[in-house]
Design a protein around this ligand. Sequence first.
Ligand SMILES: Nc1ncnc2c1ncn2[C@@H]1O[C@H](COP(=O)(O)OP(=O)(O)O)[C@@H](O)[C@H]1O
Ligand SMILES: [Mg+2]
Length: 321
Amino acid sequence: MENIKNEVAVSIKGLNKTIGKRHILHDISFDAYSGEVFGFLGPNGAGKTTTIKMIVGLLSIDSGEISVCGAEIKKDFEGALKNIGGIVENPEMYKHLTGYQNLEHYARMREGITKERIDEVVALVGLSNRINEKISKYSLGMRQRLGVAQSILHRPKTLILDEPTNGLDPAGIKELRDILKKLAHEEGVCVIVSSHLMSEMELMCDRVGVIANGSMLGVYSIDELLAASAGATSDYIIDTDGGEKAVEIIKGVTEKVSLTEDGLVEVILDNNTHREDIAKINKLLIEGGAAVYTVSLKPKKKLEDVFIEMTSDTKEGGQIA
Ligand SMILES: Nc1ncnc2c1ncn2[C@@H]1O[C@H](COP(=O)(O)OP(=O)(O)O)[C@@H](O)[C@H]1O
Ligand SMILES: [Mg+2]
């Protein structure tokens, strides 16, 4: 996050929801700031849509608080809602009308949306040269972008999109991602997007809140998650003809060394000293009469794996679709 000064845009405290006999949300709390893309990440059935519906006022709040730009939904519904734009279910659009006519139609239902504002949002979502075509001719990605245009017409300080990239192709995902980042980083909007894919959040978000089985597991910056997945150590695999002798030699540098089933030597080294250590080990092995064929760094865990581990640790077990 670089430019815009950040203040809390959406604040959620101790949110609970029971539908029928099912306690779906357990004490959900998090803050999302203006100027950031906040990812709401969790496996299918985790409670993302339920939470989002409560933020946009489509579902009632059992207990807890949701405030949008300082207005608490329970006390000042109008005040909260005027600062929210969102697409939760498929946005209502008229296929026989053009993109522009759809926006005009929507603008008539709200106050103070000028023709200039319509043109501005059309340009922002990159639809200027297709806006006079009927929506029936639009790709899913274009419809999704028109949906974003529609939800930001009234200049809400918060934009909430529930799994906006579902069904989009990679090019469509990138276009949408660039638009959402621009809105957050350049216009200072608080953008909240949900997803069940860590790989997607990694590219789109500044921070992610992880939810599983209706409980918040934590809120992390992407940098923190990357550091967590990188860990404090590096794993090296050394291919040598030395076998157990090589292991003994390496014990002069570290105790964390072992022989794999394939006869390779695995060494775990502290990230602060791993480069010097590997040079030392290499030298000792050669001096000890062992031929060293390759030294390779074992690939780190992917962020997606970290997320799956994190969410499948919960009692009922997470599920990734
Ligand atoms: N109207 C409802 N009645 C009963 N259970 C529901 C209802 N809506 C959602 N749920 C349940 O709540 C849980 C969370 O659902 P949802 O918020 O849609 O998850 P997500 O969007 O993360 O996939 C799921 O187990 C789902 O089956
Ligand atoms: Mg959902």
